[in-house]
Design a protein around this ligand. Sequence first.
Ligand SMILES: Cc1cc2nc3c(=O)[nH]c(=O)nc-3n(C[C@H](O)[C@H](O)[C@H](O)COP(=O)(O)OP(=O)(O)OC[C@H]3O[C@@H](n4cnc5c(N)ncnc54)[C@H](O)[C@@H]3O)c2cc1C
Length: 412
Amino acid sequence: MTATATDLDRLRHALPRDLERSSQHYVVDGVTPAIAFAPNDGSEVAALLHAADEAGLTVAPLGARTATGLGRPLARYDVALDLRGLERVIEYVPEDLVVTVQAGVTLATLQATLREHGQYLPTDPSPGDEVTVGGLLASARSGAWRGHLPAARDLILGMAVALPSGDVVHSGGRVVKNVTGFDMHRMHTGALGALGVVVEATFKLTPLPAVTRTLLLSAANIEACGDLARRVWDASLAVRAITVLGARAADGVMLPPVPAVLVEVAGSPASAERTLRELRSLAPSAGEAPVETWGRLRRLAAGPGATVLRLGIPPAEVETTVAALERSGMAAWAHLAAGVVIARGDIAASEVEALRALAVERGGFLQIEVASAALRKAVDPMGEQERLLVAALKQQFDPRGTLNPGRWGAGL
Ligand SMILES: Cc1cc2nc3c(=O)[nH]c(=O)nc-3n(C[C@H](O)[C@H](O)[C@H](O)COP(=O)(O)OP(=O)(O)OC[C@H]3O[C@@H](n4cnc5c(N)ncnc54)[C@H](O)[C@@H]3O)c2cc1C
């Protein structure tokens, strides 16, 4: 089904004229939408969603478009909804460690604003500066800090979400009106824009650590690296990341191509000093590593040009998983506190399914972070559990399938 000229005119009438953009700039998964808009606030977003819903057109909410390859390829894509015009920091009260922003604010702008007051939003740095707050929440990816710092969904105090019904629903934070009976923050975090469009969010903030250092710890082999990483974790030190690197992963971030443990120390001068002392007693060979190593690791995790998988694995098994993946030719590394192994390389659909079966057997999971549309068609990228959750909610929030149809599978 394609959008007719009459359908598109209905959308044009729902919004001020100057908000239309050239649809050529909004290709997703190789598909160009019929029309594109860039509204400036939540009520404009809601008006557009409502008009599209009435006209039977589908809408893809878009931020910086760094993660539009998450989930299944879209089943249909009529309207691009560019949210980068929602770019205002609405309220920032440093004394209360609380900030409210529109969803199109970039993480870089937000962090720069907060840094002036010695504060930050303690979410893992993203692979690019331009990612938007809305995209960050909708995609809910994490990195090396997960397990040491709260997940994004736990930093949210309030949220405003525009729905295809034309309503803007607020929850928590600035206005308490959770009419849905669901925990709205959690529901929309990680939903890949399939249940509503985040237009505003209120976050609790954290003071910036006074001292941060990156250390490289070496051990005889990958098994010894796993043991060493767990001893660091058990010592309850002032650390923000403990990452076990396979040899290929180490090579990929310009470190010597042998297994190693990368640790980020973060804390007050006194706690950082104590932590550095303890680390050197646990691993006498510990040396400083370039701080850029973390950025290199994030770029390795973000693709492009390779398939990237995320496996949830019990912390006791991360090094054996890293070793097995590296033997199969992938670069692999593990964020110990989160019990997550990331693997990057070439892999066939049948091998992904086999790995997923192994992870699930151990009580874990597998998600596809980056892959071609063909692989994301062949294998469910997010996994059964998440899909069933979205299926349960889609009927209530987006019964006509207006938002990102197909992202979570057929009919979702
Ligand atoms: C492999 C990988 C690892 C990553 N690791 C990290 C990490 O460790 N830390 C980190 O901070 N970031 C990480 N990111 C980045 C992060 O997950 C996203 O790339 C980024 O936050 C998305 O922002 P965006 O503005 O580019 O969103 P887009 O790419 O434009 O959109 C992403 C998805 O969210 C939907 N969406 C966008 N905006 C909204 C909205 N306002 N409401 C509802 N739905 C919306 C879109 O429809 C799409 O499905 C990672 C990304 C990838 C691909």
